[in-house]
Design a protein. Structure first.
Length: 446
């Protein structure tokens, strides 16, 4: 049985995202004291009194959207209403009943769905007048303060009363988490929509259209993946406080939470310094990666071979990462993305025995022994693959300070040749073996 869907709808700036964040328990949607901060549908699963629900936060609804983006946000809201099992219609008691509320109420009446009228921003018990909202025709408004956590329990009890209880245990299947990341306006949301076959995220030619991280489950064959579309990572100097800042934080969190990152770059701009910074984030966090060169159809045929050669030279530090050339807009080449990401994820599931890892390390040492530092020689006590971080290998030595940079690279390259971690970075951590409580360590990425 699928999870019941609860859609939070309302005009702009009535506190929809604040309510979502309150129910989830952390800041998932971007909230700011300005209208239309949330423009995409934001879906997330929550558990309330043993009931699993999918909450959907929508952009502010307007009967006559002034811009193309606002028009698309309105369409997103209408899709959420059509898919919902229960609708939370939010109004702002501080503003009182205004024509925009009545316009939305008129549309909701024909939805034929359970509707809970939520009167938000009840920040004090005095001077509260919610009688005007009875005119909307949805019964008694439920007074809450999403910001101050007032009335939330009563609200959710009402929501649950409209949802049939089910004790069906969901069937678990293997799932990989994929984060779609890249600079603003490289085609991340267009790619997500093409993979899903629906307008799941708002796409537009202006950078920064997607401010929130959007989580969507996709099935193909007998496989399942959680796709995360994120706001673009801007250059540090161009990251403004507030909305862009939180979008950046969530992008980094998405990379941290994913198994494999799909890094999109714009073929018309080649590879930029910021693209390489993002790749560095992914590598530093030990995540798998697929480099996706989008807008490949805009590169002239006669320039493509030179493009590939220059790209390979520029990214020689991550030669283990596969590269796909495609057009998210036309859909050309996108069928290779999920199988490639799944292949990389499967490599992360393999675990080598300690004896196998030590055999690889000792073989490398026998071919090229570590150089001495004065009278001291590096000795390896043991080596093994980390149980919880499959791309990390621990090598315990007599003194990590004896590991020269060039020898670090040598051991890393030799280990990579013997370990099939296709599409994944390989990290070596050198620790001191003599004392268990020693915190001294040296980390190598490759």
């Amino acid at each position: 049985m699928t999870q019941p869907i609860v859609a939070i709808v309302g005009r702009t700036n009535v506190g929809k995202s604040t309510l979502l964040n309150r129910l989830v328990g952390h800041r998932l949607s971007i909230i700011a004291d300005m209208p239309r901060t949330t423009r995409d549908r934001i879906d997330t699963s929550v558990s309330w009194q043993g009931n699993e629900l999918t909450l959907v936060d929508t952009g502010g609804w307007q009967i006559r959207p002034p811009t193309p983006l606002d028009k698309m946000a309105k369409q997103q809201t209408e899709v959420a209403i059509a898919q919902a099992d229960v609708i939370l219609f939010m109004v702002d008691v501080k503003d009182g009943l205004i024509p925009a509320d009545e316009d939305l109420a008129e549309m909701l009446r024909v939805a034929n769905k359970p509707i809970v009228l939520v009167a938000n921003k009840i920040d004090s018990s005095s001077h509260i007048n919610i009688t005007d909202f009875y005119r909307l025709g949805f019964g008694s408004p439920m007074p809450i303060s999403a910001y101050h956590n007032r009335g939330i329990m009563q609200l959710m009890d009402t929501v649950l009363s409209y949802i049939p209880h089910s004790h069906t245990t969901p069937i678990k299947m293997e799932e990989t988490k994929l984060a779609i990341v890249g600079r603003p306006n490289v085609g991340k949301s267009t790619l997500l929509n093409k993979l899903l076959g629906e307008e799941r995220a708002i796409t537009d030619a202006s950078p920064g259209t997607t401010r929130d991280s959007i989580h969507t489950v996709i099935h193909w064959d007998d496989k399942k993946a959680l796709l995360i579309d994120t706001g673009g990572i801007r250059r540090r100097g161009r990251t403004s406080p507030g909305i862009d800042y939180y979008g950046l934080l969530r992008t980094l969190q998405a990379i941290d939470q994913c198994d494999v990152a799909l890094l999109l770059v714009d073929a018309t701009q080649f590879i930029t310094a910021q693209d390489m910074h993002i790749a560095g984030y992914i590598i530093d966090m030990g995540k798998g990666m697929v480099l996706i060169v989008n807008k490949w159809d805009l590169v002239p045929q006669e320039d493509r071979q030179e493009f590939k050669q220059q790209l390979s030279h520029r990214l020689n530090f991550m030669s283990y990462i596969p590269t796909l050339y495609l057009s998210a807009k036309s859909g050309s080449g996108i069928n290779y993305i999920l199988p490639k990401a799944w292949q990389i994820w499967e490599k992360r599931q393999h675990h080598l025995s300690q004896s196998t890892v030590e055999e690889l390390i000792h073989k490398a040492i026998s071919v090229y022994p570590p150089p001495r530092r004065g009278t001291r020689q590096l000795h390896v006590a043991e080596a093994y693959q980390d149980r919880y971080q499959p791309t990390t290998f621990i090598i315990r030595v007599n003194d990590p300070r004896l590991v020269h940079f060039s020898y670090q690279r040598y051991l890393t390259n030799q280990l990579r040749q013997g370990v099939d971690l296709y599409g994944n970075p390989l990290r070596i951590i050198f620790t001191k073996a003599a004392h268990k409580n020693s915190k001294r360590k040296k980390v190598v990425y490759a």
